[in-house]
Write a protein that binds this ligand. Structure first.
Ligand code: PMP
Length: 382
């Protein structure tokens, strides 16, 4: 199988699994227990926390382990909003946040919080002047992703951090797609809170972290003594050790980013050459190295994915499945893309296991399968 869906999840690295197995077998004691085995688990937790902090450029006390980015996102927004000054009740999200995060935005709005959305431009980048107009003195918190999971477009985190600081507001950044793909340092980002998830960077599923700047008032959303009272519940020690191992494996991110950019550009130029109806979104703006978001004419994404499946290639659509059918991607819709084009969106996302052979195979095998369909589409167009 050729796996081109690394933005959905990544295969866990063998070294990650090797680091987790002894924890599952031997370090199963509760790290809150006072006995020897419990204290041993506690030491392993501390070691993992120190590693996470070192790789991500924060202090160990700023790391709160969670079940993944969805939880981190929710607890950041709710936990920071709960402690905001009485005059600051507004929360500003970007309109292209992850679907789960936008559900939180809607839930907050339903409960009476004033919620605003920063728009994006047609090229997928944040509309900064519009963002600036929205970030005023009544804002408690701005929540912005570092990189979009569908388009790969990088968001202007530093610029928005300057705007939030000027307004006296806080900034939460969902860096789930960014960390592991491009160099990251919490202390120089200008954000107050950052979400990440292990399974996007060759770690296990169901574990992640919220990095929370020391000293920021925060209301825990799950009560208990763990994580300094900020997130209750017995820690998923094997998962946490897996997250630390995955971060340690990242090594020279710049080198890997350059390799993936080369593979992605080879893939995109090859497809565009073989199938002139190929349209690539956000091609000329700063993007994640391995993400390609495209359509072949207006061929339905289901047809394209089925052909890819036949070739043994796993990829995904940009559309979120809703009950009974597919809705056009909210990200493409926010960019002003018409529904019939958005419903043709295919996301190919490369990662550490991707090779030039994978790309060459796809470039040889896919165009002959799609060309007749595209030809038919042109003939039958109204
Ligand atoms: N935010 C972004 C940008 C994501 O891509 C994802 C995963 N698709 C999430 C949040 C949710 O992460 P998790 O699966 O760890 O809850």
């Amino acid at each position: 199988m050729i796996y081109l869906d690394h933005n959905a999840t990544t295969p866990p690295a063998p070294a990650v699994i090797a680091a987790m197995l002894p924890v599952l077998s031997n370090l199963w004691a509760n790290s809150s227990s006072q006995h020897g085995p419990g204290q041993e688990a506690k030491r392993a937790l501390g070691t993992a926390r120190a590693t996470v902090a070192r790789v991500l450029g924060c202090k160990p006390v700023e790391v709160i382990f969670t079940s993944g980015a969805t939880e981190s996102n929710h607890m950041a927004v709710r936990g920071l909003l709960a402690m905001a000054a009485p005059g600051r009740r507004r929360v500003v999200f970007s309109s292209v946040e992850h679907a789960g995060h936008l559900r939180l935005a809607r839930a907050l709005a339903d409960s009476g919080v004033q919620v605003d959305f920063m728009p994006v431009l047609a090229n997928g980048t944040l509309d900064l002047p519009a963002a600036k107009a929205l970030i005023g003195p009544d804002v408690a918190l701005v929540s912005l992703m570092a990189a979009n999971n569908e388009t790969g477009v990088l968001m202007p985190v530093n610029e928005v951090a300057a705007l939030t600081q000027a307004a006296g507001a806080l900034l939460h950044v969902d860096a789930t797609q960014f960390i592991g793909k491009l160099p990251f340092n919490f202390s120089s980002l200008g954000a107050d809170a950052v979400s990440l998830s292990a399974h996007k960077l060759q770690g296990p599923k169901g574990v992640g972290a919220l990095l929370l700047r020391q000293g920021i008032p925060f209301a825990p959303q799950t009560l208990g003594s763990q994580e300094r009272g900020r997130r209750g519940g017995t820690e998923n020690l094997a998962g946490i050790v897996g997250l630390a191992a995955a971060l340690e494996l990242l090594g020279d991110i710049g080198l890997e980013a350059a390799r993936l950019t080369m593979l992605r550009d080879t893939l995109e130029s090859g497809l565009a050459r073989a199938l002139p109806d190929t349209h690539i979104w956000c091609q000329n703006v700063a993007r994640l190295p391995g993400t390609s978001y495209l359509r072949f004419g207006q061929l339905s994404v289901d047809v394209v994915l089925q052909r890819l499946e036949r070739l043994g290639v796993a990829a995904s659509s940009g559309a979120a499945c809703s009950s009974g059918g597919s809705e056009p991607s909210h990200v493409l819709t926010a960019m002003g893309v018409p529904a019939e084009e958005a419903l043709a969106a295919v996301r190919l996302s490369l990662g550490r296991t991707s090779t030039l052979e994978d790309v060459s195979y796809l470039l040889n095998a896919l165009p002959p399968l799609l060309a007749p369909l595209l030809h038919e589409e042109i003939l039958t167009a109204p």
